[in-house]
Design a protein around this ligand. Structure first.
Ligand code: SF4
Ligand code: SF4
Length: 402
């Protein structure tokens, strides 16, 4: 099982496909034993023409150009399942697959329109929805608690909360943002946000196809970070967490970093006296792949859920290291139309079927993107009366209601 890549190792790795085999990761790639474990672990392994095993075989045979000309990696949703299982610890999701995607981008005549639009929006507006940057902090007016925006009120702060795109703009994501703000306030946390100065962290750009876009967004966010005085970063989004813990260190990101559920779990003893409302839910929890299937992220959301009065936590057949992807990573969020045309099963639908099988009435997540994906899948499958989707942070805030 591949261990998590230390940020410093990734930060020092500016490998391209041309120098990959001669670079630090090269010997590991060449150590592939063609066991096919990655194919079996891949949620699209049955339809992917060039899964990691075959990509490496083509690299060795000097035939990688054929991979660039195929649409194969449009089915890679950057879920880390192959990397987590590879017996040779090859950095498949973090290094090999993005490099192949990057070159494929140059060779494919065109990307599916939905994905292309999202990438253009990230570049032009700093978010994949194409919303105005000026509206990024508009949700703050509805938060119900005071929220400091550093551009308006500079000065030292303890926690810089990186809200991210879906929690800033998307209606259900804003529920997550409001809940997070309420929990910070309940804890007495000294926190602030970047407001209109924040841009998409860019992870979906990098793991999708667009390293140039990723660098642009990273440079912009790092320039804003450097303007302010804060002690740690907490983010609501696993995609941003992935970006900050892998590539941003190369640009100087060195602040302690938490995913929101992790921060609140660390402070659970202080929150516990406020958790008085009995919820009466049977909850199945979905692990977000973007947190790189690392042990440290499995327990915090579950610990929070167990602390809520009237919540019974159940596990889906695939959980923790073996979790099933929602299909939204690596650009999958914007490839639903493409998958439908190709006749591929939507992974979000596969996952909610598993959640329904547990008998749970709530599917809990730790990612604002997943809320939208799973709510849509439940609706499409006709299970939206049977099960609701909630971010763990929303459930904690609900348990604080009197
Ligand atoms: S799991 Fe690792 S060693 Fe096995 S075929 Fe895939 S890349 Fe090669
Ligand atoms: S990252 Fe996930 S989707 Fe991509 S090849 Fe690996 S297992 Fe398949």
């Amino acid at each position: 099982m591949a261990a998590a890549t230390p940020a410093t190792e990734l930060a020092s790795c500016f490998t391209t496909l041309d120098n990959l085999l001669a670079a630090e990761e090269g010997p590991r790639v060449l150590s592939c034993i063609q066991c096919g474990t990655c194919v079996g672990a891949c949620p699209y392994g049955d339809v992917m023409q060039y899964p990691p095993r075959r990509i490496i075989a083509m690299l060795r045979a000097g035939m990688i150009e054929q991979v660039f000309r195929s649409e194969s990696l449009l089915t890679c949703v950057a879920c880390y399942a192959c990397m987590a299982k590879c017996p040779r610890d090859i950095r498949l999701t973090e290094i090999l697959l993005p490099l192949v995607k990057e070159r494929t981008l140059l060779e494919l005549p065109e990307l599916p329109a939905e994905l292309q639009r999202a990438l253009q929006n990230m570049l032009r507006y700093g978010n994949p929805m194409g919303e105005s940057a000026r509206k990024r902090a508009a949700w703050v007016k509805t938060a119900g608690v005071p929220i400091r925006i550093l551009g308006e009120s500079p000065g030292p702060v303890d926690v810089l909360w990186f809200v991210e795109c879906y929690s800033s703009y998307y209606a259900r994501g804003q529920d997550n943002a409001r809940a997070t703000a309420r929990l910070f306030q309940a804890l007495g946390t000294d926190f602030a946000i970047l407001g209109n100065e924040e841009k998409c962290a860019g992870e979906c750009g990098r793991l999708t196809w667009e390293p140039g876009l990723y660098e642009t967004l990273m440079d912009s966010n790092m320039a804003v970070f450097r303007k302010y005085d804060f002690q740690r970063v907490v983010t609501s989004c696993p995609h941003a967490h992935n970006a900050f813990s892998t590539r941003y260190p190369a640009a100087g990101f060195n602040w302690p970093l938490d995913i929101a559920a992790g921060y609140f779990f660390r402070n659970l003893d202080k929150l516990r006296p406020r958790l008085t409302k009995k919820l009466g839910y049977k909850v199945a929890y979905h692990d977000p792949c973007c947190l790189r299937r690392q042990d440290e992220f499995f327990e915090a959301p579950r610990g929070l859920l167990r602390a809520l009065p009237g919540v019974k936590l159940v596990e889906m057949a695939h959980n923790r290291m073996n979790s099933l992807c929602c299909g939204g990573g690596g650009g999958g969020m914007w490839l639903d139309t493409y998958y439908k045309v190709k006749g591929y099963e939507r992974l979000s639908e596969r996952r909610v079927k598993e959640a329904i099988a547990t008998g749970a009435d709530v599917l809990a997540v730790s990612c604002p993107y997943e809320v939208s994906r799973f709510e849509d899948a439940l609706k499409v499958l006709g299970h939206d009366k049977q099960m609701i989707v909630r971010d763990v942070v929303e459930l904690v805030a609900e348990a604080m209601e009197v």
